[in-house]
Ligand binder design. Structure first.
Ligand SMILES: C[S@@+](CC[C@H](N)C(=O)[O-])C[C@H]1O[C@@H](n2cnc3c(N)ncnc32)[C@H](O)[C@@H]1O
Length: 263
């Protein structure tokens, strides 16, 4: 178990640093970021991803289904909340009052390490586009399923269970049995089984985007995910571009993908 799994300030700082160095610059390649920009982050957690956007004077709304994380975001970013530049809410974006209030309202929507936790992504991705202003873009950053730690098994408490790559791609029942044999508790096993259920590959993601009537504006695949600096002490490395065109193989050797998509 890593420090960021138990210490919320550490997690916030890592979200902030990573967004400042990688997420914001990637989005800015295809969309202006300034005081007129309204940003929605779905699955904002502690809100650290939004801090670089707040520093650029954007209005930011963070939503999450984890109430405790939303409370932490409100605490840490109180200065911005108090002056009306940020809001963090515990909310399901399918709720009708949320749709009524925020339809066609955002220039940028961010889902960073979130889409792989969401069920029925082929329904969720088109729903997200309802919140875009004309010319708006959605950013997705996620670890594709077949990569070495695509099951998020690094969150396991056992040394072997957290360090062993690729075993998450076993059939579901076998994977769960193995986690149990390695001593993981039932809550952790339930969480990991949920990720098994919602897993998403590069090909599936691109297909859902297309089916939603959205276009890929920009993409970047990583051999070494920028957040592996915090997880494994590794230096981020971009994936060789040609690997991204090899449909099956790319999923096994790409630890993270960034996309911006738009209408
Ligand atoms: C791995 S965390 C990522 C947090 C943050 N975006 C980051 O980059 O560190 C995933 C977050 O997504 C939230 N989440 C999952 N499904 C969601 C949904 N349908 N709507 C809103 N939040 C969701 C979870 O509660 C969790 O806080």
């Amino acid at each position: 178990m890593l420090l960021q799994h138990t210490n919320t300030q550490v997690r916030f700082d890592q979200q902030n640093e990573n967004a400042e160095a990688y997420v914001l610059p990637f989005i800015e390649k295809t969309h202006a970021i300034n005081s007129a920009t309204r940003v929605l982050e779905v699955g904002c957690g502690e809100g650290g991803v939004l801090l670089p956007f707040l520093k650029r004077d954007c209005y930011c709304l963070g939503v999450d289904l984890a109430e405790d994380r939303v409370r932490i975001a409100n605490d840490i970013l109180k200065e911005y909340v108090d002056k009306g530049q940020a809001s963090f809410i515990f909310k399901n974006i399918y709720d009708q009052d949320f749709v009524d209030q925020y339809a066609n309202d955002f220039d940028i929507i961010i889902l960073k390490d979130v889409i792989e936790h969401v069920p029925e992504q082929q329904k969720f991705i088109p729903h997200l586009s309802r919140f875009l202003r004309p010319g708006g873009q959605i950013f997705f950053g996620f670890p594709p399923w077949y990569m070495p730690f695509g099951g998020h098994q690094q969150v396991c408490s056992g040394k072997l269970a957290s360090k062993l790559p690729y075993y998450h791609i076993l059939p579901r029942g076998l994977y769960i049995r193995l986690l149990r044999m390695m001593g993981e508790d039932e809550v952790k096993i339930r969480d990991l089984a949920e990720i098994w259920d919602t897993s998403i590959t590069i090909g599936q993601f691109e297909r859902y985007v297309k089916e939603a009537g959205l276009k890929i504006v920009n993409k970047q695949h990583y051999l070494i995910n920028p957040i592996y600096k915090y997880k494994f002490g590794l230096k981020p490395r971009k994936q060789a571009a040609f690997v991204g065109y090899i449909p099956y193989l790319r999923n096994f050797v790409t630890t993270c993908v960034y996309y911006t998509v738009g209408l």
